[in-house]
Design a protein around this ligand. Structure first.
Ligand SMILES: Cc1cc2nc3c(=O)[nH]c(=O)nc-3n(C[C@H](O)[C@H](O)[C@H](O)COP(=O)(O)O)c2cc1C
Length: 202
């Protein structure tokens, strides 16, 4: 498979960057080809604009930076998004990438079923370093809220199938803990499954 990893972090020495590289190393070891979209290094503009609205449903009007990201997606069979959990949600650049690139008429349209996308199925994984502990996230309902918002409510519309959210809890913890999380990221890259399992496509 061809695997696209989308990283949102301005620091190349961050834990999030290490997670992305561990995942890619696993995917490479499994025999897949890999590609990295380093959104901050590449200066992706996350601001949803009038140009984006005017391009909805009109492929010839798509802004060039969005078209470039859509071309990356088009050649991928699997997509891994890596971003740190910020205020129980996505950081701004990831949010803007999702809003702008997975556009109406290209990724989805008037759909009642969140498992139906205009896109072909792609295996999808979210690797999300989070400072909080797993018990804290479970107790307050944050983990299930994110699962609902992203896995039930967002990424099915984009054709992520199968899709999974991996919260990398305690990402600011001890070196041993962080090493364990990197190992897990590597194994997820190694064990990527083929797309199209579990959901339908129109
Ligand atoms: C602006 C900001 C908001 C954050 N919000 C959360 C949060 O809501 N929940 C959480 O568990 N950690 C939160 N954190 C901690 C980050 O998730 C953590 O620092 C990050 O995963 C560490 O990875 P990094 O070294 O790649 O930045 C936040 C950090 C920052 C800077």
């Amino acid at each position: 498979m061809h695997v696209l990893t989308v990283l949102d972090h301005p620091d190349p020495n961050s834990f999030s960057a290490a997670v992305a590289h561990a995942f890619m190393a696993g995917a490479t070891r499994a025999g897949h080809t890999v590609e990295l979209a380093d959104l901050n290094a590449e200066g992706f503009d996350p601001r949803w604009s009038l140009a984006d609205i005017e391009a909805d449903g009109s492929p010839e009007q798509i802004p060039p930076d969005v078209a470039l990201e859509q071309a990356r997606i088009a050649r991928a069979d699997a997509i891994c998004m890596v971003f740190p959990l910020f205020w129980w949600g996505m950081p701004a650049v990831t949010k803007g990438w999702v809003d702008r690139v997975w556009s109406w008429g290209w990724a989805y349209d008037q759909l009642d079923d969140p498992n139906l996308s205009c896109q072909r199925p792609r295996s999808g994984v979210l690797l999300v370093p989070a400072g909080a502990r797993s018990d804290e996230m479970a107790e307050k309902g944050y983990a299930s809220a994110l699962e609902t918002a992203w896995i039930d409510g967002t990424f099915g519309y984009f054709g992520f199938s199968p899709r999974r959210l991996e919260l990398l809890y305690g990402s600011t913890g001890s070196p041993e803990r962080r090493q364990g999380l990197l190992q897990r990221s590597h194994e997820i890259g190694l064990g990527l499954v083929d797309p199209g399992i579990g959901t339908g496509k129109r």
